[in-house]
Design a protein around this ligand. Structure first.
Ligand SMILES: *Cc1c(COP(=O)(O)O)cnc(C)c1O
Length: 363
């Protein structure tokens, strides 16, 4: 298939802005008169330092990151943060943290943290198959907790927090699948982090935005590479950073700015998600997974109630260029990821297909 014939609904790694890919292609053999590809140059070179500083400045501007916070470009995926956070913030094995378990990744993060300290479950929607996000009143907060952990958007189940939890403990938030899709008041957070491959860049860089006052408390057993303090002091360059991914993130941020930044992105995402949820709400075939008040605008999950028909939905979609609509292997069903770089035409094509499929298959 030609790229022009395809709309990619992958949950991650996922679609990137065409403009960013085209610029990368144009510069791939010779970046800015350096005679080298970004992939080939020293991370200590002036050429790369300029890319690094500019990308950081663009991200700082896009999310309005206050000077109290540092932006880090780390490796090991979002999952490495599951260990890095407790190691750096719990202070000792007696350290307490509250976790909201609202999906697969929050549950893994909670289990990992248990290796290092006293981890409490502030709320869990697991008994309801992660169909909803708990309300503020339902959160059981522990006085003296070192931090409160949650995942803003649950990529697999298609639910998202519609509010910022109010806690005394610093907020730590996994925004892997919704960062840059809406404005965020970063000053409310101790740590915001996100793996890049959902909504920012290729897999390989993890953005961490950390309140600098939280650094320097790591447990003595903390591996060198997992110390926020070290990474802040060395400006993410203690070792070789993921240079190419940082460069790609910069190109995505240039594109984002032209779309009206995160506020522009939020308006577009409301429109895109509404198009699909309107169909689900008026359908006699499709059953949405998420409770209405907990719906994600990034990952929309639903099923027909018949696993074979779900599979047929994804297969026939693929034949017409609507790719990667199969739900996560752990939950089945159908999932459409509508990240920033998913064009409106892609969502319209999906909407048309959903209506056609329903007419053909509803009995
Ligand atoms: C994909 C994802 C992760 C895991 O990311 P890796 O980079 O593969 O470790 C964690 N949290 C959320 C919300 C995700 O969507």
């Amino acid at each position: 298939m030609k790229r022009e014939e395809v709309f990619n609904f992958s949950a991650g790694p996922s679609v990137l802005p065409r403009e960013a890919l085209e610029r990368a292609a144009a510069e791939i053999l010779n970046y800015n008169g350096s005679g080298m590809s970004v992939m080939e140059m020293s991370h200590r070179s002036a050429f790369f330092q300029e890319i690094f500083d500019a990308t950081k400045a663009k991200l700082k501007a896009a999310l309005n990151v206050p000077d109290t916070h540092e932006i880090l470009f780390l490796q090991g995926g979002a999952s490495t943060q599951f260990s890095m956070i407790p190691l750096n913030l719990l202070e000792s094995a007696e350290g307490i943290a509250d976790y909201a378990v609202t999906g697969n990744f929050a549950r893994i993060a909670m289990k990992e943290a248990k290796k290092y300290g006293d981890i409490r479950i502030a709320a869990s929607s697991e008994a309801d198959n992660f169909t909803y996000i708990p309300a503020q009143e339902e959160l059981q907060l522990t006085p003296g907790a070192k931090y409160f952990y949650y995942c803003a958007n649950n990529t697999i189940y298609g639910t998202e927090w519609s509010y910022v939890p109010e806690t005394e403990a610093p907020l730590v938030c996994d925004m892997s699948s919704d960062i840059l899709s809406r404005p965020v008041d970063v000053s409310k957070y101790g740590i915001v982090y996100a793996g890049a491959q959902k909504n920012m860049a290729p897999a390989g860089v993890t953005v961490v935005i950390i309140d600098k006052s939280l650094a320097g408390r790591e447990m003595p057993i903390t591996p060198l590479m997992l110390s926020y303090k070290t990474m802040i002091e060395k400006d993410s360059m203690y070792n070789t950073p993921p240079c190419w991914c940082i460069y790609m993130l910069g190109l995505t941020l240039d594109w984002l700015e032209k779309q009206g930044g995160v506020a522009g992105m939020e308006a577009i995402k409301h429109e895109k998600a509404k198009m699909i949820y309107d169909i689900l709400d008026n359908s006699r075939l499709y059953k949405p997974h998420a409770r209405v008040d907990s719906r994600s605008e990034m990952n929309i999950t639903f099923r027909t109630g018949d696993a074979d028909l779900d599979a047929q939905f994804a297969k026939e979609a693929q034949a017409r260029g609507l790719m990667n609509l199969k739900g996560h292997r752990s939950v089945g069903g159908i999932r459409a990821s509508l990240y920033n770089a998913q064009p409106m035409e892609g969502v319209k094509a999906l909407a048309d297909y959903m209506k056609e499929f329903e007419v053909k298959h509803h009995v």
